[in-house]
Design a protein around this ligand. Structure first.
Ligand code: PHE
Ligand code: FE
Length: 295
C-alpha cells in the first residue's frame, strides 16, 4: 500500500489522533493494555466455544489459519503475511467508520479496514459501533476464501458505481452488504450455518439466528435483498440464506445499473415481511419483534 498522506488530527474518545486521507493509521499495538488483550481473549473464547457446528467451515478454517486464538490481540503485520499470500488482501488499521467512498476504495483495492481499538470489559455483549473484535474476528477469516475475497472486492467496485449513481442505489447496495456480509446464513450439507460477520462476532445473535423461532429464514434472491429494509437496533427479523459463495458471487455479477433503476420505482419491503414468492426455510413467529420503523 502507498504511504498514507497525513491530513489532520482528530479528537476522539481515545484522544487526539492523526487521521489520513485514506483513514489509515498504524495499529498502535504497543499501546494495548492488559485489559484490552483480556477482552480479546474472553470474546474469542466465548465464540470458539459457541461456533463449531454453527459457523460455516470456511469461517472456522480461517480462524484457525490466522491463529486468532493464540492469545492476546493479533498483530496486523503478522496476519497480513498469511492473508497476502492466500488471497492478496491486506488488513489496514483505522479509527472507526469511514465515509462510504473511502470504504469502497479500500475494498476495491483488497484492503480491509479494521478498527484498531477494542471494546471495554462492560461492553462484551453490545456496542453501537464496530470495534476490533467485530472487524477482525467477524470479517477477516473469510477473506482467506478465494470466492468470498473476490466478492468483497467486487462489492467495493460496485460501491463506487452506486455512489456515483445516487443515494437510492447506495441504499440498495448497503442492504445487500447487510444481509450477506454482515448477517448472512449459508445452507450447507451439514445444515444451516453462519457466515455473516455481525453474527459470528455476537454471542447472542450466534444463538438466536439459528435457534430462535422468531426470525424468518428466506432463500437469497438479489432483488429481494436489495429492496428489504433492516434493523440496526435489534437482532434481525429476517436472515437470507445462500446455497454457496459461488451462488452469491454469480448472482451479484450482473451490472446493477438497470436493477437500481427498476427498484427505484418499487416500494421497499419491511424487515420482517414474507412475500408470496419467497423460498421460505422457516417463517418467523415474530415473537418479541420491535414495532418501530426499520432502516
Ligand atoms: N455487479 C455489481 C454492479 O454492477 C457490483 C457488485 C458485485 C456489487 C458484487 C456487489 C457485489 O454494480
Ligand atoms: Fe461489519
Amino acid at each position: 500500500m502507498d504511504t498514507p498522506r497525513k491530513v489532520e488530527h482528530q479528537q476522539t474518545d481515545r484522544g487526539y489522533v492523526p487521521v489520513y486521507a485514506t483513514g489509515v493509521v498504524e495499529q498502535p499495538w504497543a499501546s494495548y493494555s492488559k485489559t484490552d488483550h483480556e477482552v480479546w481473549d474472553t470474546l474469542f473464547q466465548r465464540q470458539r466455544d459457541l461456533l463449531p457446528g454453527r459457523a460455516c467451515n470456511e469461517f472456522m478454517a480461517g480462524v484457525e489459519r490466522f491463529g486468532l486464538g493464540d492469545g492476546g490481540i493479533p498483530k496486523f503485520t503478522e496476519l497480513n503475511k498469511v492473508l497476502g499470500a492466500a488471497t492478496g488482501w491486506e488488513v489496514v488499521a483505522v479509527e472507526g467508520l469511514l465515509p462510504d467512498e473511502v470504504f469502497f476504495d479500500h475494498l476495491a483495492n483488497r484492503r480491509f479496514p479494521v478498527s484498531w481499538w477494542i471494546r471495554k470489559p462492560d461492553q462484551l455483549d453490545y456496542l453501537s459501533e464496530p470495534d476490533l473484535f467485530h472487524d477482525l474476528f467477524g470479517h477477516v477469516p473469510l477473506l482467506l476464501n478465494p470466492v468470498f475475497a473476490d466478492y468483497m472486492q467486487a462489492y467495493g467496485r460496485g460501491g463506487m458505481k452506486a455512489f456515483a449513481i445516487g443515494p437510492e442505489a447506495l441504499m440498495n447496495l448497503t442492504r445487500l452488504y447487510w444481509y450477506t456480509v454482515e448477517f448472512g446464513l449459508i445452507n450447507t450439507d451439514e445444515g444451516m450455518r453462519i457466515y455473516g460477520a455481525g453474527i459470528v462476532s455476537s454471542k447472542g445473535e450466534s444463538i438466536y439466528c439459528l435457534d430462535s423461532p422468531s426470525p424468518n429464514r428466506i432463500g437469497f434472491s438479489l432483488e429481494r435483498v436489495m429492496s428489504t429494509r433492516y434493523r440496526i437496533d435489534t437482532y434481525q427479523q429476517t436472515y437470507f440464506v445462500i446455497d454457496s459463495f459461488d451462488q452469491l458471487f454469480e448472482a451479484t455479477h450482473p451490472d446493477f445499473t438497470p436493477i437500481y433503476a427498476k427498484l427505484r420505482e418499487l416500494p421497499a419491503h419491511a424487515a420482517g415481511d414474507v412475500l408470496d414468492d419467497d423460498r421460505v426455510f422457516t417463517r418467523g413467529d415474530r415473537e418479541g419483534w420491535a414495532t418501530g420503523a426499520d432502516t
